[in-house]
Ligand binder design. Structure first.
Ligand code: ATP
Ligand SMILES: O=c1ccn([C@@H]2O[C@H](COP(=O)(O)O)[C@@H](O)[C@H]2O)c(=O)[nH]1
Length: 238
């Protein structure tokens, strides 16, 4: 195991992946395995903040066609990310690692409000920080949240842990001939319109010169491997 590439990162965990084989919700064994991977990665002395998606529970865009307004649907989606963060926080703490959820939405009975200073303090104390509630605004995603928060807290990269092992020329679940990219610039990722991440996230990362690594979380130890530079994924950088 070599020197890690980064000292502080934001890891975006796919909400959809947390459902495991179920169509909806959280598979406890998947959650526990992800928690172990995160803890193993922090053992290298790396500060880790997590953003968890909500696709296993709710995406605002899915209900806007059913008579629920998009902002209301997005609020429901942001609440889904809070549930996922609380579940992952508990899984991490059950394994003996301290974790704190900070939320973009005010809900004092549930978790603390996100501020940059609080996040940095908890990270410096060696805790895992979970960033819940997205940006707190509709029409955004947790991918954009990850880039935004990473830029705010001075993280050196966003690691997008998802259910594909990189950015492809087309959706690999639809097109078996899609080609995987080793590396792309932010501009190439935006111009290519690759749907693995939204263009707003790529554009903000370009603006703040933040590398994004897209990789699969399906294998145990994949977060650590990406931090060591030995993992398989696509690097999106300057
Ligand atoms: N060009 C592409 N390259 C790679 N994956 C792609 C591409 N186009 C579409 N995808 C799809 O993008 C998905 C991953 O992005 P998505 O934002 O849906 O997932 P996530 O971040 O894992 O979800 P969640 O919102 O639950 O956190 C993959 O399942 C893949 O099928
Ligand atoms: O800043 C944000 C982040 C998220 N949302 C809503 O939450 C869901 C779930 O997030 P995913 O990134 O799709 O996993 C998203 O579909 C939005 O509805 C938001 O409104 N603002």
């Amino acid at each position: 195991m070599g020197e890690p590439l980064y000292r502080r990162v934001v890891v975006k965990i796919s909400g959809e992946y947390l459902a495991g084989a179920q169509p909806f919700g959280i598979d406890q064994s998947v959650l526990d395995r992800v928690a172990s991977d995160v803890i193993d990665a922090t053992a290298r002395g790396i500060e880790i903040a997590l953003v968890v998606g909500g696709g296993n529970i709710f995406r605002g865009v899915d209900v806007s066609s059913r008579g629920v307004s998009r902002p209301t649907g997005d609020s429901m989606g942001m609440l889904a990310t809070v549930m996922n963060c609380l579940a992952l926080e508990s899984a991490i703490e059950r394994k003996g690692k301290s974790a704190r959820t900070l939320c973009a939405l005010v809900m004092p009975q549930v978790c603390e409000l996100f501020t940059r200073k609080t996040a940095l303090r908890y990270l410096s104390e060696g805790r895992v920080v979970l960033l819940a509630g997205g940006t707190g605004n509709p029409f955004f995603t947790t991918d954009t949240t990850a880039v935004l928060r990473a830029s705010e807290i001075g993280a050196q990269a966003v690691l997008k842990a998802t259910n594909v092992d990189g950015v492809y020329s087309a959706d690999p679940k639809v097109d078996k001939n899609a080609k995987r990219f080793e590396r792309l610039t932010h501009s190439q990722a935006i111009e290519g319109g690759y749907k693995v991440m939204d263009a707003t996230a790529f554009a903000l990362a370009r603006e703040t010169s933040l590398p994004i690594i897209v990789f699969s979380i399906a294998e145990s130890g994949s977060i650590g491997a990406i931090l060591d530079g030995t993992g398989r994924g696509t690097i999106v950088a300057g």
